[in-house]
Design a protein around this ligand. Structure first.
Ligand SMILES: CC(C)(COP(=O)(O)OP(=O)(O)OC[C@H]1O[C@@H](n2cnc3c(N)ncnc32)[C@H](O)[C@@H]1OP(=O)(O)O)[C@@H](O)C(=O)NCCC(=O)NCCS
Length: 149
């Protein structure tokens, strides 16, 4: 793995984030959605991963923090940079930040068929707590969670 730094998502990262988003999800968020999250949502925390000393973003992740709960809203890595522990670094950062901000429980929805992401969450001791029927228009979501701290 090449050295990667995790930092708070800012406006200058959005073009790269949207490019990765479009390559990663069948119903991608728009640039305005990310813009709104990082400029107007006081409950949101978003991060990007960048190779040390380079401008290009190779991954990003975000969550909402409400009272003692953190809800992961998104996490993706540039397809050409996957399987190099960048997703794991981002997930680790989300969990640390959530703990620092007072969350003691973290959860997310993941597509039923997305065994790659499920494998990553399982490595971090998330377990499946339930199923949201047709959470995505074409598929169920599994709800995965764990305590933090
Ligand atoms: C899921 C995703 C973020 C993982 O990012 P990544 O940087 O490739 O993940 P990591 O290298 O940190 O892998 C961590 C673990 O996840 C699992 N994993 C990741 N990719 C996998 C794959 N293609 N096949 C099987 N397991 C996989 C493995 O358990 C892996 O651990 P290992 O490398 O020690 O075997 C990335 O595949 C991605 O962006 N997917 C598209 C978007 C997405 O599905 N996001 C999640 C929404 S809930």
């Amino acid at each position: 793995m090449f050295p990667v730094e995790i930092e708070i998502m800012t406006l200058e990262h959005l073009a790269d984030v949207v490019r990765i988003e479009q390559a990663s999800f069948s119903s991608p968020w728009s640039q305005d959605s990310f813009l709104n999250e990082i400029t107007s949502n006081l409950h949101a925390a978003y991060f990007v991963a960048r190779p040390a000393g380079q401008a290009a973003v190779v991954g990003y992740a975000g969550m909402w923090l409400v009272l003692n709960e953190a809800h992961i809203t998104t996490l993706a890595v540039d397809p050409v940079c996957r399987r190099q522990q960048i997703g794991s670094l981002l997930l680790d950062r989300l969990m640390r930040e959530a703990f620092l901000q007072g969350a003691r429980f973290i959860f997310l929805e993941v597509r039923d068929s997305n065994t790659c992401a499920q494998g990553m969450y399982e490595k971090f001791s998330f377990t499946v707590r339930g199923r949201r029927k047709r959470y995505y228009r074409d598929e169920d979501a599994l709800v995965m969670s764990r305590a933090i701290g």
